[in-house]
Design a protein around this ligand. Structure first.
Ligand SMILES: NC(=O)c1ccc[n+]([C@@H]2O[C@H](COP(=O)([O-])OP(=O)(O)OC[C@H]3O[C@@H](n4cnc5c(N)ncnc54)[C@H](OP(=O)(O)O)[C@@H]3O)[C@@H](O)[C@H]2O)c1
Length: 230
């Protein structure tokens, strides 16, 4: 049986990835904070999986990350999907120290610590998927905290990818353009949801990369909308 950990699986892209990767030979470890939303995902994937576990932890807190690690336990993972993320979008002068720290905690520190803890025990043929963004490569006005976090994840992933190559662990970086999820409801402004890609499209790109032979690494996947990026 394969063991997959997906952070931020309670909604959006994480949920779509969980639904796509559910399988009879898979134990899905679904992480989120919202117990109700995570219970919905649990019910949706449970009939299709060997085993499903819910992990409720706040990744902005160091204790949340260490509790998540403890709950996952010592059995090795075959897949870690670093998906949980937040977007604080406002002029850089208005970003509070709490917002900055939360962005660093959830978007940078948590995936780093998870990777640092789990990667050494992953068997050859395992994969780590990082849900980055087109904002990992391009700056946008008012997106400084978010872009900072995704650029950081990008640099870190490029280095760790090389460290894991000899162990035959694939590092798959995904760069979605604007995707129609809950994340946009907290971002001020009118955003054309109809122009956005769907979380299912991101999930299907992840599933395709994972379905390649273990020796083949589809390392960087950019997904844009032909309706135009925002
Ligand atoms: N939507 C886009 O346009 C877009 C484009 C490119 C990349 N991305 C990236 O895709 C990833 C998923 O985003 P999404 O669009 O699917 O957003 P979403 O629908 O808002 O989902 C975000 C997920 O992250 C979890 N999360 C947020 N803060 C957390 C915290 N402090 N502790 C633990 N979990 C936390 C949420 O859990 P709860 O809801 O249970 O708290 C939720 O499961 C993010 O890394 C985002 O940066 C999104």
């Amino acid at each position: 049986m394969k063991r997959y950990l997906i952070t931020g699986a309670s909604r959006g892209i994480g949920r779509a990835i969980a639904e796509n990767l559910a399988g009879v030979d898979v134990e899905l470890l679904l992480h989120g904070r919202d117990t109700v939303a995570l219970a919905e995902v649990y019910e949706a994937v449970k009939p299709h999986c060997a085993h499903v576990v819910r992990l409720i932890h706040d990744l902005a807190l160091p204790s949340g990350v260490s509790d998540l690690i403890d709950q996952v336990g010592k059995k090795p993972l075959n897949l870690l999907v670093n998906n949980a993320g937040i977007a604080i979008v406002k002029p850089f002068c208005e970003i509070t120290s709490i917002e900055w720290e939360q962005t660093v905690g959830v978007n940078i520190t948590a995936p780093f610590l998870l990777m640092q803890h789990f990667a050494p025990h992953m068997p050859p043929g395992s994969s780590i998927v990082n849900i980055l963004s087109i904002a990992a490569k391009t700056g946008f006005a008012n997106w400084s905290a978010y872009c900072m976090s995704k650029f950081a994840l990008e640099g870190r992933s490029q280095c760790v990818r090389e460290e894991l190559r000899d162990r035959r662990i694939r590092m798959i970086n995904v760069y979605p353009a604007a995707t129609d999820t809950h994340i946009w409801t907290h971002i001020e402004g009118k955003w054309p949801r109809h122009k956005m890609i769907s979380p299912e499209e991101v999930a299907s790109a992840v599933a395709y990369a994972l379905s390649r032979p273990a020796i083949v690494a589809l390392e960087n996947i950019t997904i844009s909308s032909l309706a135009g990026n925002l």
